[in-house]
Design a binder for this molecule. Structure first.
Ligand code: HEM
Length: 426
């Protein structure tokens, strides 16, 4: 029984195409037969039902966030930081102490430190603060819609969704729009590692330039905002950190900014692309949303539940414990299967059905995590997705896939189409 559940998850961790495209059947077996099981192929535990996923996420003392990317990627990540720090350019332009911090901040650490780090970003991302961004987000969405009206056949991932969500986050950070392509290139580099431990040494070495480029840019940006604050999120982070009793180090702030840039763009663009793919396969739903846009929020929530853009995340076990009848040892890793918890029949009736009349979805699903690390970007995500879906469905009569079923991202963390060739119809 146990080896069977492990085998099912192993296909996902081995990044097999079929398992990545539709992982849910694999999850189902594990969830019903052994909700906490060990994946023999990868060597870590998996929690696959709602009860144990939320229990792990809400207990940071036992399940630490020190290695949320998992054992292999965390080691490669550190190697990338060390190699960037070893460059003469890094030390010369950023400072002799560049690279001296392990950058275990915010998503990579636990309370009580984590609580202090979170304060640097939460006020700028609060629902009220985000509401004030709506006119600007609508303008950005309009720019993208205008482009689509001229060129209705696009790779929706590369030519649309990533640019849209990165422009939104760049505006909030205060990064000029002519830097959006650069931000996208850095995010793509960082993300190529996340959820994919099968990188060659050359690929990791190449990422040193991503690390260094990002750090050099934000070092300058923070110095400029310290001298002349401009009211944006970079200024706010610098201001709050300088005033803090225990301020973070400069390199640690690079990590906070990276989490906002990467966490704030790829996740929402993946979610948007998955929604458009779904609507291309269900044209009657496009018509329904076009005729009654008030249904868009419920559609989004069901999509976020059934097709979680972040499929899972790691925690590091800090002490011997028992979970779901299994003995976990200090030092073990556990992967919480968000995508599976969201389809747990104990919590969601008829869980594989996308039902936009379902009540209470957002309060129960774990697409944005649970516990102290619950995503601080939920208000922004909901706003930018709603605005875009409203504008797309009112401007176009439908969307169709051009190349059949799109390939999935090669990651067991991020879930969604790697490319999405579609045509919008007027
Ligand atoms: C569909 C969109 C999104 C999804 C599915 C998503 C998902 C998640 C999840 C599951 C976590 C918890 C990770 C953990 O427990 O270790 C998280 C944390 C985080 N997210 Fe999001 N996110 C999204 C959008 C955003 C946006 C728009 C931003 C930025 C504005 C953002 C910034 C962050 C940050 C900084 C964290 C770390 C928070 C902490 O450790 O306290 N995310 N996100």
């Amino acid at each position: 029984m146990k080896s069977m559940t492990a085998m099912e998850y192993d296909k996902v961790f081995a990044l097999e195409d079929e398992a990545l495209e539709c992982p849910y059947e694999h999850f189902k077996q594990a969830r019903s037969q052994c909700p906490v099981s060990r994946s023999e192929g990868s060597g870590f535990w998996v929690a696959s039902d709602h009860e144990h996923v939320t229990a792990v996420l809400k207990d940071p003392a036992t399940f630490s966030s020190s290695s949320v990317l998992g054992p292999q990627v965390s080691a490669e990540w550190q190697r990338m930081i060390d190699l960037a720090a070893a460059t003469s350019q890094g030390k010369r332009e950023i400072g002799e102490d560049y690279g001296s911090s392990d950058r275990k901040v915010l998503q990579f650490c636990d309370p009580p430190e984590h609580t202090r780090h979170r304060k640097l970003i939460t006020s700028a991302l609060s629902p009220a603060a985000i509401r004030s961004w709506e006119p600007r987000i609508r303008e950005t969405a309009q720019l993208y819609i205008d482009g689509l009206a001229k060129q209705p056949a696009v790779d929706f991932v590369k030519d649309f969704a990533t640019g849209y969500t990165m422009t939104v986050i760049a505006d909030i950070l205060g990064v000029p729009r002519d830097q959006v392509d650069q931000l996208l290139a850095w995010a793509e580099g960082f993300n190529s590692m996340v959820g994919n431990p099968h990188q060659s040494q050359e690929e990791i070495d190449a990422l040193v330039h991503v690390r260094l480029g990002f750090d050099l840019y934000f070092d300058q940006a923070m110095k400029a905002r310290r001298q002349e604050p401009t009211g944006d999120l970079v200024s706010r982070i610098v201001e709050l950190n300088d005033a803090a009793e225990e301020p973070l180090e400069r390199d640690e702030l690079f990590q906070v900014l990276q989490l906002v840039v990467v966490g704030g763009s790829d996740t929402s663009s993946t979610a948007l692309a998955k929604m458009v793919e779904h609507l291309a396969l269900h044209p009657e739903q496009w018509t329904e949303l076009r005729e009654d846009p008030s249904r868009i929020p419920a559609f989004m929530e069901e999509m976020l539940r059934t097709e979680a853009p972040v499929q899972g995340i790691f925690r590091h076990v800090t002490r011997d414990t028992e979970l779901g009848g299994q003995p976990l040892k200090e030092g073990d890793y556990i992967w919480v299967s968000i995508g599976s918890a969201n389809r747990d029949p104990e919590v969601f009736q008829d869980p594989d059905t996308q039902d936009i009349s379902r009540k209470g979805t957002p309060s129960k699903y774990v697409s944005f995590g649970a516990g102290p690390h619950t995503c601080p970007g939920t208000a922004l995500t909901r706003l930018e997705l709603r605005v875009m879906l409203e504008m797309l469905t009112s401007r176009f009569t439908g969307v169709r896939l051009l190349d059949g079923k799109p390939a999935s991202k090669k990651s067991f963390l991020f879930f969604g189409p790697a490319e999405l060739h579609v045509e919008f119809t007027s």
